[in-house]
Design a protein. Sequence first.
Length: 233
Amino acid sequence: MKAIELHDISFSYGKNKPIVLSGIDMGCDEGTVNTLIGLNGCGKTTLIKILAGLGKPISGSVSYYSRDLNDISYNDRSKLFSYVQQNNNPLSDYKVREYILFGTANRLDVSESPGKEEIEIAERQMERFGIDRFRDKKLGELSGGERQIVSICSSMAQNTKVVILDEPCSALDIVNQDKVLSILKSIAEEDSKTIILSTHNPNHALYLDSNVFLLKGGKIIDSGSAKDIIVPD
Ligand code: ADP
């Protein structure tokens, strides 16, 4: 079963602006880890935004589980996929535990507040990712690495089938890169989620044993398993 399918996607940031993506065809099987790899400026972030419904392609279609994204309500999208932005620096006055709890908002009606179940979900995720120790810190007081882990943890509290991450390891030192990658690996293995992330580091794709989509100049120039695509040459 394909969790995500893109067909013939083209995109430009505006009239008379260059075409940034063209003829993108790709599919991600349910329960797999997928990496978009390419140099700066090749279109990774743009493609991730289109997947998250934050950019409207000039042509082509995006579907989740065979449903066109345009036909999926915002409410249903929040239950289907979560999106972790690059260098996310969210709502800096909120405490970590409050931000993780925001992840559970997709279970609630507009007028509802989080209750016992939502608090339990948030607590479980904080424990799992080892962020209990800074639960009462404000987001603005965290390091880049801590903030990245908190963002991923909040997306786990959202409990979606698909997780989309834009350069989750950018701006992290090697220790924090390792932490984030092992968290993603555990999510893939233990939770059977479909993960798609962008990176410019081929080693990350290999470490995650992922399916790779190699982007160059806004086109996919190769795809396949990381060990077949990422070779010494
Ligand atoms: P990557 O994530 O691979 O570094 P991006 O998707 O950010 O690449 O950028 C792809 C291309 O789109 C680049 O040429 C970039 O300059 C251009 N671009 C990105 N964001 C915008 C924007 N908001 N307006 C106009 N052009 C943009």
